[in-house]
Design a protein. Sequence first.
Lengths: 317, 263
Amino acid sequence: MRALPTRGRPPRDRSARGGGGRPPGAPRNVGWLYVAPALAVYAVFLLWPLVRGFWFSLYDWDGLSEGTWAGLSNYAKTLSDPSLRASFGHALVLVVFYAVIPCLIAFVLVAVVSRTRVRGLALFRTVLFLPQVVAMVAVAVAWQWVYSADGPVNGVLRALHRLGLPDWSRGWLGDFSFALPAVGLVGTWVETGLAMTLFLAGVQKIPRELYEAARIDGAGPFREFLAVTLPGLRRELAVALTLTAVAALRNFDLVYVTTKGGPGEATKVPAYEVYNRAFNTGEVGLACAIGVTLAVLVFAVTAGVGRLAEGRGEARP
Amino acid sequence: MISARERLANHAILVVFAVIALFPMVGVVARALSLPDLDVSAFADAWTDGHFATYMRNSLIVTAATVTAGTLLSIMAGYALGTLAFRGAGALFLLLLAGLSIPTEAVVIPLYFDLRSAGLDNTYAGVVLPQTAQSVAFGAFWMRAYFRSVPRSLLEAARMDGASSWTTLWRVLVPMGRPAILTMIVLTTMWTWNEFLIPLVILNADDGVRTAPLGLSFFQGGHQTDYTLLMAGALIVAAPVVVVYLFLQRHFIAGMLSGAIKE
């Protein structure tokens, strides 16, 4: 309380100022004045564009001439157009690489860490979390080189080839079968640190006695993980899945920089199609419909995973 | 007890993943420095010929403006939502919270057309204002949580002393809340500095206002396979946030993890 600025001044009797006094905690409509600037910027530059985006999505519009009313046909096209459907399919594949695999790897790492006292754990976490703070464009430029014909990945593979293994080297991002998994693995590399950091924070909250009890019962590492660690991390798992799955659905920077959706349409994703349809093929209405669909998907994932975690929580005593 | 064999296996697992995590980072640095020759000229080339000096300056301006505006508005909004209990505060909070799950992809196209009509495309304001709105959605949520954690008695005491709500906020609560505010600043700085889609769409014509990530993507378009130069450019763009991260790691992690837990 050292910062209170009114030393020595007698408290003002508020009730004496005609009607101005009210009991503490009563509604104070001055609050609106404090919120107004934030609300104005938020409404004009985030909410209004969302409404406008929905409005645009109901038109056939090339961005230049007069648009024509299209009803929900852009949404019908979003769901039926083979190339757009493929892009949503690719997004699902990326969810596996961005969310499922990182959470599995993070579980292994956390299980290991929770059983062994490891020196340098803080450094390990710092390094693994680092990709989270690097601009995705920089990550993408770096990985494009890592995957390139003479890049380090092919360097390692050619070295293995010289040791007698088959030659697996190729231009990963230009390969029809491997471009999407290659993009996905960048996501795995980025998101694993996030999942692990979340789980590490969660594991520290699990009472040590539970582990000791499991060990006294003779549980091996696997049983111990299933019986103690996994149930204790339910909430962290929900958060990790939400954040990483949303990152997968919203993957734009990585695809734009590394493949532009190619080769062919092998790595087209909805977020890239929003940009592509609006500015390359002049289908602004369709682009907005894809954007709105993506927003609905993001919202559904956020609400769905949260509910899953809570629903199971209620079942527990 | 854990057997020596398991201990060995555990360490092996950690080492393998540490190597995988580090492999691209070390590779990029080695390539940018042309190791083992150690030649830093790629950085100088990127900085001058690649116009990274301009891009970095633009990013600094955009980030400083966005974070300053976002922080001030978020503190005020969070204060009102967290302590002033005015009519409609609950609904307003939910409205702002909804902004956390609006993906940029859903708003960037209409933003482009409306900002262009207003003459704000290819200007700093055109990228600062939308990003301020996004920062406020997170910031109001984040600051509200802090202001709600302030003991009621402190607010009462300030009021008894005759401090107005404005004085209470800036003279009492903001100085006390520096850790929470710093976390918010660190996160919005990172998000703004790293943002790509908004600058790509809004700053589409004038290369004099391009931000660093946008500049990097153009630079890549022009130097497809000059990887030494490209890696130097990528490191320049990543460096400011990475340096802040190394010093304020706790804030990054705390914010990114608890900011995600909305309830």
